[in-house]
Design a protein around this ligand. Sequence first.
Ligand SMILES: CCC1=C(C)/C(=C/C2=NC(=C\c3[nH]c(/C=C4\NC(=O)[C@H](C)[C@H]4CC)c(C)c3CCC(=O)O)/C(CCC(=O)O)=C2C)NC1=O
Length: 169
Amino acid sequence: MRDAVTNLIKNYDISGRYLDRDAMDSLKDYFTSGTARVAVATMISGNAATIVKDAGLQLFEDVPELIRPGGNAYTTRRYSACLRDMDYYLRYASYALVAGSMDVLDERVLQGLRETYNSLGVPIGPTVVGIQIMKDMLKKMATDNGVADTSFIDEPFEYMTRQLSEVSV
Ligand SMILES: CCC1=C(C)/C(=C/C2=NC(=C\c3[nH]c(/C=C4\NC(=O)[C@H](C)[C@H]4CC)c(C)c3CCC(=O)O)/C(CCC(=O)O)=C2C)NC1=O
């Protein structure tokens, strides 16, 4: 599992180069956004249960067939499994935000996930809707808490969305 700094060092080490101007720029970006990354991760930790619950309610309002008979989140067991998955996405997104790297998502969340979902009939489209709802809630919360530029929050949520949606060839 790597973060923005170890990723960069690894790339330079492979070609035996000293850190150059580009490296310094990207390190500077990472450290400059560090305070905001930690602030958002703290916000996530303190509000995770509420974010997951509210995002779930919003998702089931947007896609009500999920919790009707025949829907994949129908029955208490599957409803809870769905919210638990949302909680995984949120928690790992907070790790990826702090790390400034999507590596942890590849390693711990996304590997084999599409295959699992496909074999259990968990629909990807609505899962992505749930991920996007959490992203939007979080960005609003960050703005309300004085985080000036919330664009970095997009990255892990967009990354999971892209990886989940990717059509296999
Ligand atoms: C930390 C990494 C990690 C992830 C991501 C993960 C996901 C994950 N979600 C699962 C199931 C599931 N996932 C869902 C999720 C949903 N159903 C819907 O209709 C919604 C669209 C969606 C919620 C947004 C449901 C309902 C199940 C249970 C399906 C079943 O057993 O029939 C399963 C199958 C095993 C189980 O039930 O626990 C896995 C492995 N597990 C992990 O360890």
